[in-house]
Design a protein around this ligand. Structure first.
Ligand SMILES: O=C(NCc1cccc(CNc2ccc3[nH]ncc3c2)c1)c1cc(-c2ccc(F)cc2)cc(O)c1O
Ligand SMILES: [Mg+2]
Length: 214
């Protein structure tokens, strides 16, 4: 009876998943998307690269742009040290509602906070709203044409520090050409490409990791 794909994904999780087990939540969502219906989660292949970057960075504060159903928030949140925080921005209220339930199901509602609104509206408010000065890591996964303007907004709002890691999904498919050109040519970033595949398919995609040099 789930009218939307996110609702069907949540129902599948509630029926087939193990409450409080974040690893099981990741695997259960991947099984839904691999066997029932495709959804735009970062997925298992690119997800392994996200895991590696999170474990190497060991971030105390993470900002995610684009929550969708909360898959990547759970994937990253499950690897954070106690006391670390992940803030995720979602402008679609229906997505945010499902994501909050997925995150709570995984038992991560203390570490992960979903804010409903657009990046342009919320990013300038983050310092005031949260007692966070800068972020250790940013995960970009929202509208692809917003990656570049929002990266510049994050710079302007002083939310990046020397060493902040930006990790961007879908830089090949659907593609973020202007963002790639910027982070690869700007002296303010050190970029590295991780080739992979589009979630639940064998189409080429990739992640771009860019360290802010200040
Ligand atoms: O487009 C994508 N994701 C972004 C997105 C898309 C729709 C709605 C939202 C609503 N959320 C939202 C929006 C704007 C916002 N501003 N501030 C917060 C905020 C939040 C977000 C995407 C597409 C594909 C894909 C599709 C089809 C295909 F064939 C190949 C690949 C694969 C992905 O992994 C993707 O990530
Ligand atoms: Mg994506």
């Amino acid at each position: 009876t789930g009218r939307t794909r996110p609702e069907r994904l949540l129902q599948y999780l509630q029926k087939n998943g193990t409450r409080g087990d974040a690893n099981n939540v990741v695997d259960t969502i991947d099984r839904f998307c691999g066997t029932v219906e495709w959804a735009m989660n970062v997925g298992g292949e690119k997800g392994k690269i996200v895991d590696k970057v999170v474990l190497e960075t060991n971030p105390g504060t993470v900002l995610e742009l684009g929550t969708y159903c909360g898959y990547s928030a759970v994937r990253m949140g499950r690897l954070l040290a106690p006391g670390s925080r992940l803030i995720t921005l979602e402008m679609n209220p229906a997505y945010a509602k499902v994501a909050k339930e997925v995150i709570a199901f995984a038992g991560l509602d203390k570490q992960v906070e979903v804010l409903v609104g657009s990046t342009t509206e919320l990013i300038p408010q983050l310092k005031k709203k949260l007692d966070i000065d800068t972020f250790d890591m940013i995960f970009l996964d929202h509208w692809k044409q917003s990656y570049l303007p929002d990266t510049k907004l994050l710079e302007e709002c002083g939310l990046l520090r020397k060493g902040t890691v930006l990790l961007a999904d879908n830089v090949i498919c659907p593609g973020t050409p202007d963002y790639l050109q910027y982070v690869r040519s700007s002296p303010k970033y050190l970029s590295q490409h991780f080739p992979s595949v589009l979630e639940y398919t064998n189409a080429p995609d990739g992640l771009e990791k860019s360290v802010y040099l200040g």
